[in-house]
Design a protein around this ligand. Sequence first.
Ligand code: DAH
Length: 339
Amino acid sequence: MKQKLEEILQNGLKEIDSANDLKVLDEIRVKYLGKTGQLTQILRGMKDVPAEDRREVGSLANSVRQKLEEKLSEKLAALENAQLELEMEKEKIDITEPSKGVKRGALHPLTRFNNKFIDLCVEMGFTVIQTPEIETDYHNFEALNVPKNHPARDMQDSFYITDNILMRTHTSPAQVRAMETMKPPFKIVCPGRVYRNDDDSSHSPIFNQFEALVIDENIGLQDFMIMVREMAVRLYGKNVKMRVRPAYFPFTEPSIEIDATCQMCQGKGCTLCKGTGYSEFFGGGIVNPAILEMSGIDSNKYSGFAFGPGIDRSVMVTNKIPNIKYLFRNDLRFLKQMR
Ligand code: DAH
């Protein structure tokens, strides 16, 4: 029996030594120490060993098992290490190789214009707010002095969700929401997407506007004009020329439309500005006192001005984009040209 154990030890150690991968090593473990392994069988057969030898054989068998286990775990560690080194060698990155180049992203032209306009407004002391794109008929129309059946509703053909809820047709409801929740004096600007049932090369069912509202004591048309001029200069440079036309909006009285030097031809006259050298900058005016009162602001104490530029047209002109739809298609071939 002792001799048999000695043999198992010597053979086992030799085989472990020469194992050169993890699978073989595990087979060796099973062969000697597994459930039906050679050593396990001997340990199981201890009861047949004569009582006087049992102690000695038992302790020898245990020490054989211990030696084999030690040797196995040493070899296991060595093999695992070797495999790790091999993998690290394979995954080594050659940092001296020339790079494939980094593909650069860029901001969408609408985002760039938006950011520029928002920065400008913040510099001028405006608070930027955001109001819902899904609006109530009240905020979108009624509170802006456009009751049901008012002809001005025709200009803003709308997407209704229910009789009283619609996709906002302009950012002007932001005026109402600001007046309802903020205490004058305040200056707010609200950038955002708006929706109308319009669709041709210069109209899209989705487009973008800004809404600006200034409420304070003693605000008049002159304050409005000074601010608009300052904005035009900061956006288009100090040589910008402007002209004012009378207009009609139910929420402002008087209402005006302001044109600025056409950015496509720099005022020389082109097809876009129909030879006039001017293109529309934005519409606005002095807030109709009826609107102030409807939203709970004392029109004897406060007055204000409001204006609402559409931004898609400006982005199209400055980037020479012929069709407004390009702005919303997310076509990479177009966007790549806009970098
Ligand atoms: N909301 C108007 C539109 O979409 C634009 C506008 C006109 C906004 C006059 C204003 C304003 O704030 O005072 O056509």
